[in-house]
Structure formats: structure tokens, C-alpha cells
Design a binder for this molecule. Structure first.
Ligand SMILES: Nc1ncnc2c1ncn2[C@@H]1O[C@H](COP(=O)(O)OP(=O)(O)OP(=O)(O)O)[C@@H](O)[C@H]1O
Ligand SMILES: [Mg+2]
Length: 324
């Protein structure tokens, strides 16, 4: 779900795509081997949190391999006819990028099985005893599926991908490189200290980093400064209520609710969401992954537990460390 203003910041080439080194290394082998054999690229499945570069990578691959890319999001494929016309219109060697592929309708997903496996579309025409099947040969294409919810994909669907890649949170230095590139594109100077301050609050996610950069740039513009200085950055973050770890009001509410209302946990996602007036999905997808990554909460079999770091971050005293 990339927002429109991100488009010009989105890297187009392999070298512009910063970070995810291991994933890039593995993909490089797959791409080179397919090219050497003169075969279409295997179907690839990308999963990981929002904003970590899945859509970007799909387009980079298309750009690097010279393949034409057709994009579609899962919820757009409601009927069997939708996927049939999409697949029959593909060109040989092209890429079909299916975003949010956990949200494709079951009957449509089932049609994808044979399409992925042997480039054939099994169509059932008519109903009841008069029904007959028709096989349509498809061009050899590559499906790149992207999802934030791998666990919602059926295993026959998952198994038909030649390789699955997890997108991880970025290293700080890579976020800094992304910010450097983005500030160039946005034609604003970024002081190295300010760059570090923004990177530290980016939740190690490129989309967040770019968003924060734009927000801080607004403050610089209003001040009439062509340089983003550490002072401007600090002022902007104080104003926006973004703390040193990049946590916003909503994140801190999750943490403080676990600590105060549930005495540090364990608490289930549903109860936590209700106590914070949030959707359970938002707790699971938006807030929790980064809080876990930062070691502020842990997921146990009985629910979420606040760690000692959470108490420290909130400036609260640990009740009894042995209980946590
Ligand atoms: N490796 C990268 N190097 C530089 N910029 C990146 C990188 N990955 C992502 N970005 C930036 O972050 C933005 C978000 O990335 P992208 O849209 O690819 O994320 P996504 O994983 O597809 O997210 P969602 O699950 O929400 O669709 C991009 O528009 C781009 O500007
Ligand atoms: Mg995307």
C-alpha cells in the first residue's frame, strides 16, 4: 500500500535498493541462473511488514530483467473471470505482481495453482451435467506475490512459489543511506547528525524514514532553512510526539496499557486492543512487530509481556523483576 508521494523516492535499480543484503544475494543467484538457462524467473513470494520494500523489489527485478510488469492487488480479484483475463493477457516472460496475495478469493487462488505449476488455465464452462472444462495454455510468466500475512496463505499456494523471502527491519546505516538518497531527490540538505536522529526514529523501515524526512523538511521550510539541522529535527519530533525510539502516542499507549492495566502482562491481543480502543489487527500488524523487534514486549504463549526495557523506556520502576 505505497502512498503516491513515495513514488519518486522509490528506487528503480538494484544498486539503488539499499539493505536486505542476504535477500538480495539470494535473489541475484536465482535471477542470474534463470537468465543463463534462458528460462523465466521462478515464482517468488515476498513477505514482511509494511513499508520494508516488497513492492519496490518486485519493480526493481522487473527493471533489472527487462520484464514487463503487471500489478494487481488481491482484493481486486473477486471472480474467476478476473484472474482468467489477467493471465491470458500476460506476455511471455513478464511478471505478474500480486500484492496482498493473502486477500485473493479462494476460488481464484485455486485457479492460480495450475497456472503457476504448468502455465495452464483450467476453465470450467457451464454448470451441472452440461459443464465442460477447457484448458488454455498461458505464456510463461513469473508470479511475484507479496503479503504482510504469510500465515494466511494456504499451503498449496505457498508451495507453488519457487522461493520465499522474508523482508526484515533495516540496519541503521542502511536507513541513513536511504535518507541521504531521498534528501537528494527532495533537494534538501541533511545534516549528518539530523540524518542519524531521523534514522533512529524510523522504526528501521524505509517508508517511515522517508515520511519522517518529509515531515522534518516541512519544519525546515517554515523556518526558511535549506538545511535540515539537528535543532530543527529535535523540534519537529518534540512537536510530533515521536520519541527517541520512534514510538508515537499509540505505541506508548500499548506499552503503558500492558504495564499499568495488565500489570506487565501476559495479555491477549484482543484484550489489549479493546483496552487501547484499537483494532486487534492494528495491534498485531502495526504496533506489535516493532515493539517486539525493539525488545519492549515479548510474545509468550499466554500473551504479550512488557520487558524491563519497556518499564525503563516509560520511565517506570520495575515492580518485581523476577516476575517479568
Ligand atoms: N531498499 C530500499 N531502498 C531505498 N528505499 C526503499 C527501500 N525499500 C523501500 N524503500 C522506500 O520505502 C517505500 C515503501 O516501500 P514498499 O512500498 O516497497 O514497501 P512494501 O513492503 O511493499 O509495503 P506494503 O506491505 O505496505 O505494501 C518505497 O516507496 C521506497 O521509497
Ligand atoms: Mg507493497
Amino acid at each position: 500500500m505505497a502512498s503516491l508521494p513515495d513514488t519518486n523516492l522509490r528506487p528503480k535499480t538494484w544498486s539503488e535498493y539499499v539493505g536486505q543484503e542476504q535477500l538480495k544475494g539470494n535473489l541475484d543467484v536465482i535471477i542470474k541462473a534463470a537468465r543463463k538457462r534462458g528460462e523465466p524467473l521462478e515464482h517468488l513470494l515476498f513477505y514482511g511488514n509494511s513499508g520494508l520494500g516488497k513492492t519496490t523489489m518486485a519493480h526493481v527485478i522487473a527493471n533489472e530483467t527487462g520484464a514487463k510488469v503487471t500489478t494487481c492487488a488481491g482484493p481486486q480479484l473477486e471472480r474467476v473471470g478476473d484472474i482468467a483475463s489477467l493471465l491470458t493477457n500476460l506476455e511471455e516472460g513478464s511478471i505478474l505482481f500480486l500484492d496482498e496475495c493473502h486477500r485473493i478469493h479462494k476460488s481464484v487462488t485455486e485457479m492460480l495453482y495450475s497456472a503457476m505449476e504448468d502455465y495452464t488455465l483450467h476453465l470450467v464452462i457451464g454448470k451441472g451435467p452440461m459443464a465442460r472444462t477447457m484448458d488454455i495454455q498461458l505464456p510463461r510468466f513469473t508470479l511475484i506475490g507479496a503479503t504482510t500475512k504469510l500465515q494466511l496463505l494456504s499451503s498449496p499456494f505457498r508451495n507453488r512459489f519457487g522461493a520465499t523471502f522474508q523482508f526484515n527491519f533495516y540496519e541503521l546505516q542502511h536507513i541513513e543511506q536511504i535518507l541521504e538518497r531521498s534528501s537528494g531527490i527532495l533537494a534538501v540538505q541533511l545534516d549528518p547528525v539530523a540524518r542519524r536522529q531521523i534514522a533512529e526514529r524510523s522504526r528501521l523501515t524505509p517508508r517511515v524514514a522517508n515520511r519522517l524526512l518529509k515531515r522534518v523538511r516541512d519544519f525546515a521550510t517554515i523556518k526558511g532553512s535549506s538545511i535540515i539541522t539537528p535543532e530543527i529535527t529535535e523540534h519537529a519530533f518534540a512537536f510530533l510526539g515521536i520519541d527517541k525510539l520512534g514510538l508515537e502516542k499509540g505505541d506508548r499507549k500499548i506499552l503503558s496499557t500492558i504495564v499499568t492495566r495488565f500489570r506487565g502482562g501476559p495479555v491477549g491481543a484482543q484484550s489489549l486492543a479493546a483496552a487501547c480502543s484499537e483494532e486487534e489487527e492494528a495491534v498485531l500488524e502495526v504496533y506489535e512487530p516493532f515493539l517486539i523487534q525493539q525488545g519492549l514486549i515479548e510474545r509468550t504463549q499466554r500473551g504479550r509481556v512488557a520487558t524491563p526495557s519497556a518499564y525503563r523506556h516509560l520511565g517506570l520502576k520495575l515492580p518485581n523483576p523476577e516476575l517479568i
